[in-house]
Design a protein around this ligand. Structure first.
Ligand SMILES: Cc1ncc(COP(=O)(O)O)c(C=O)c1O
Ligand SMILES: N[C@@H](CCOP(=O)(O)O)C(=O)O
Length: 468
């Protein structure tokens, strides 16, 4: 499989290079030249397979020969061996035709682990093959950072630098990042928002000198491997409910648009998805964009679902690329307008194409709390606040179409956000014991002002790849 940049001015690459490249040199995102299709019989045959087997089957067409059948199988087995639930991503029914897909059974209690555990193994394999070192820089609104640290800590070939918005992640999220004491892990509390952190990250990728000096690599969902690994649970959960013989809708708590984009990719690959419902919190740029056709970030509002406190959703660019008929000039124009005037208008045909597949619901703070309380009272099931936005959006979908089952993605364990849960139902959920114990370790992080040059300097002075 070859990959092209959404902005059309970077070299086409194979999978291994895309894995290490992160952002394309023209600022675009790598996307496959074509989406491989799975026949209905191949989708049906995923039933009864282990999650690791299903992963190997679904992602194989995207990979290079570096990942032979045997290597891929070994890596998927090992990636999911530490999960706390045998099914890895089990489904729970909470109402008629309404299901919750639990994606929080990995080591850091969020959906990021499903892709990151595999990505860590794949990246390390390619670095070993090429005898290279890499400097991973990641921006996080709370969960990607911990998952990346867990996947890459202690690895000799990699240094990890995670930028998180100072004071804007939950205590559990922060401690999951800052209590890890491996020498190759560096956590930076940026005095800004997630959007600021991601903007710095993208500028670092565009600084050619810095990029090559430190061997810059990215593990945010700008990295295609993250997206493709996230397609797998759309397949396994839909198949569990009767796909490909039946259509299923998904409601997805959304911030950087990586998770819901994975659903869209699964659909392109042949999975019969009826609707993809984008659930946002008060940071509702995507709901506004779908309603009005204007993509216009506003300042980030802190909410009880902090991981979704995002206004500039990176992966929307990949969707827009497809929706414009894969027109890189249209993408360059849109993002130039975003840089210069703070907004762009989605071309009408592209907007119609997006609306044909996506709904969007913006879910406010009170509604989120009400949903946690309602689900708890009706079923005894505790939703985390991010998942609650998805469940609210799923219920709205069921009002429009009661006959099609909706799967709401449960993106985090409620114990990551005990204050929000306590406010809603008066109970404080606890993390699994082995995780709780680790959170008492001393914290280690560096506070930096919201200044790209300062961040670059910090990374250059700590990255081993820059010194070798
Ligand atoms: C718990 C949780 N839910 C939802 C999201 C939003 O996912 P995405 O950024 O892929 O849209 C995130 C962050 O990515 C998250 O950590
Ligand atoms: N919500 C995310 C934000 C980054 O998303 P990513 O999927 O692009 O890594 C987080 O928790 O960090």
């Amino acid at each position: 499989m070859r990959y092209l940049s959404t902005r059309g001015e970077a070299a086409q690459l194979g999978f291994d290079d895309v894995l290490l490249a992160g952002l394309a040199t023209d600022g675009g995102l790598y996307t496959p030249l074509a989406y491989p299709r799975l026949a209905p019989s191949e989708i049906a045959a995923l039933a009864g397979r282990s999650y690791a087997e299903a992963t190997a089957k679904v992602i194989a067409p995207y990979l290079s020969e570096t990942f032979s059948r045997e290597i891929l199988r070994a890596q998927t087995e090992s990636a999911y061996s530490g999960f706390r639930h045998r099914a890895i991503a089990p489904l729970t029914q909470i109402a008629d035709n309404l299901f919750v897909l639990e994606l929080f059974h990995g080591p850091t209690l969020a959906f990021k682990d499903l892709a990151m555990q595999l990505l860590g193994r794949m990246m390390n394999h390619v670095l070993e093959e090429r005898n290279l070192r890499a400097t991973i820089v990641g921006a996080t609104s709370g969960d990607t950072g911990a998952a990346a640290i867990e996947a890459f800590k202690g690895l000799d070939r990699v240094d990890v630098f995670i930028l998180f918005p100072h004071g804007r992640v939950s205590d559990v999220q922060r401690k999951q990042m800052t209590t890890v004491d491996d020498d190759n892990v560096h956590t930076i509390a940026l005095q800004g928002s997630f959007d600021d952190a991601q903007a710095i990250l993208k500028r670092l990728f565009r600084a050619a000198d810095f990029r090559s000096r430190v061997g810059l690599a990215g593990v945010n969902s700008i990295n295609w491997a993250r997206v493709v690994a996230q397609t797998v649970y759309y397949f396994t959960s839909a198949v569990a409910l009767g796909a490909p013989h039946r259509h299923i809708s998904f409601a997805v708590p959304t911030g950087n648009f990586g998770d819901v984009l994975a659903g869209y990719v699964a659909k392109r690959m042949g999975l019969p998805i009826e609707r993809l419902v984008v659930a946002t919190n008060a940071n509702d740029i995507l709901a506004r964009a779908l309603a009005s056709g204007r993509y216009e970030p506003r300042g980030v509002t802190p909410t009880q679902s902090p991981s979704m406190d995002i206004q500039v959703s990176s992966n929307f660019e990949r969707l827009l690329f497809d929706a414009t008929g894969r027109d890189p000039a249209a993408i360059r124009a849109a993002f130039a307008s975003l840089d210069q005037s703070g907004a762009f208008d989605i071309p009408p045909a592209a907007l119609a194409a997006i609306r044909a597949e996506f709904d969007a619901e913006s879910v406010g703070e009170a509604e989120t709390t009400d949903e946690i309380r309602r689900t708890w009272r009706e079923t005894g099931y505790v939703l985390d606040p991010h998942t609650a936005t998805g469940v609210t959006a799923a219920r709205a979908r069921l009002v429009k179409d009661p006959a099609t089952p909706v799967i709401a993605l449960s993106t985090a364990h409620p114990a990551k956000f005990p204050d929000a849960i306590e406010r809603a139902i008066g109970l404080r959920p606890q993390p699994p014991e082995n995780i709780a114990a680790r959170l008492d370790a001393p914290e280690r992080f560096t506070i930096l002002e919201n200044d790209g040059a300062r961040v670059a300097e910090f990374i250059s002075s700590h990255a081993r790849a820059a010194k070798s």
